[in-house]
Design a protein. Structure first.
Length: 252
């Protein structure tokens, strides 16, 4: 990711790395993460970048607002589904999208967006939608899958889908770790393996439990606090926003 790789955050006024992918993760089979979408975005003079997304239904995808924040009427946004290799699989062109109206770029609050693709997505073994709930299941273990750099020093990209296991933390613990400066509608999770981390390219990817229930969207992290601790947009908190705007977008 070349644009928005570093954002200023309110937390202590320090830099936080966003739009990240998975370093030292595990090779992932597409059938285990069939909701995962590789997103290629070119919306400004700053070049192009990649993000992750998830499948809400045959025509709508879910991602982070900051992945599309610079996009206007002239965009090239391509979504690829059903293949673990980067940029492979079935390609779909994004024709329209909604950012949350209260998305705030500086504090990275309300970091959520929906996209409508021109051609319907065909479901199969390697292409499935996520399940969304107001209240997440009672479990501490979650997973994230995505494409991108696998070494933060060399910037070596991951050509195949990678996954990482995460421990979901209580919001009170998250707020303590981030000095109480977490936006509303967010939660956090830490890597089960401290050597594994979300890194450049994975913003917008789904945090899931039980393999298919999405509870979060990769939003940002603050490396000076922790390289493995990540803040996620809480999809349960935004459940009504997602359902309302998915209908608007899908029927438009």
């Amino acid at each position: 990711m070349y644009y928005y790789t570093i954002m200023l955050n309110l937390i202590l006024g320090i830099e936080c790395a966003v739009e990240k992918l998975i370093e030292k993760g595990e090779n992932a089979a597409m059938k285990n993460f069939p909701h995962s979408v590789f997103l290629f975005v070119s919306c400004s003079s700053d070049g192009y970048w990649i993000c992750g997304a998830s499948i809400v239904n045959e025509g709508v995808l879910l991602t982070a607002a900051h992945c599309l924040f610079t996009c206007g009427t002239r965009n090239v946004i391509k979504a690829y589904v059903g293949n673990r290799k980067m940029g492979k699989g079935k390609s779909r062109t994004v024709q329209n999208f909604y950012l949350h109206k209260k998305y705030e770029d500086f504090s990275i609050s309300n970091d959520i967006a929906l996209m409508k693709v021109k051609k319907k997505i065909i479901f199969g073994k390697n292409v499935k939608r996520v399940a969304l709930m107001r209240k997440r299941p009672k479990t501490r273990l979650a997973q994230v899958a995505g494409w991108g750099i696998i070494d933060e020093k060399t910037k070596k990209p991951a050509l195949n889908l990678q996954s990482i296991k995460m421990h979901i933390l209580k919001r009170s613990v998250c707020r303590e770790r981030f000095y109480s400066r977490m936006p509303e509608g967010t939660n956090c999770a830490d890597s089960v393996n401290p050597k594994s981390a979300i890194t450049e390219g994975d913003s917008g990817s789904a945090l899931v439990v039980r393999g298919y229930i999405q509870i979060g969207i990769v939003s940002y992290k603050v490396p000076k606090i922790s390289r493995s601790l990540v803040v996620y947009t809480d999809t349960g908190y935004f459940y009504d926003w997602i359902t309302h705007n998915t209908k608007r977008l899908y029927c438009a």
